[in-house]
Design a protein around this ligand. Structure first.
Ligand SMILES: [Zn+2]
Length: 110
């Protein structure tokens, strides 16, 4: 779950990535995970709840890595013309975590 470091409210990853779409070479960022992550860390996000600004390095970077993978995995995940993220990233991350947990439990039960 990504949270605003100022007010603690949950912010959807799709909203965060939409803010980043203003970066000129955003498409290029998606070609290299380390480039993407360092751009995200340096990016100044604005919380939709309290309007405070914060650096991306305050976000959960493990989730950011998964977001990178999800965006690359699905063709057309981003609608560049309208500046929209089509994927429900937050839901996909939750599902991913759930499957991981389930996998651990199944393996642990053996
Ligand atoms: Zn906030």
């Amino acid at each position: 779950m990504s949270r605003c470091p100022v007010c603690g409210k949950t912010i959807k990853w799709e909203d965060l990535i939409e803010q980043m779409l203003i970066v000129d070479n955003f498409r290029e960022l998606l070609k290299d995970k380390s480039v993407f992550l360092s751009a995200l860390e340096e990016f100044v996000f604005k919380c939709p709840e309290c309007s405070e600004e914060f650096y991306g390095r305050n976000l959960n970077l493990k989730e950011a890595e998964k977001v990178f993978e999800l965006l690359n995995e699905f063709n057309g995940s981003i609608d560049y013309d309208n500046g929209k993220v089509r994927l429900k990233l937050t839901n996909l991350l939750a599902l991913d975590l759930m499957l991981e947990e389930w996998d651990k439990r199944v393996k642990g039960a053996r």
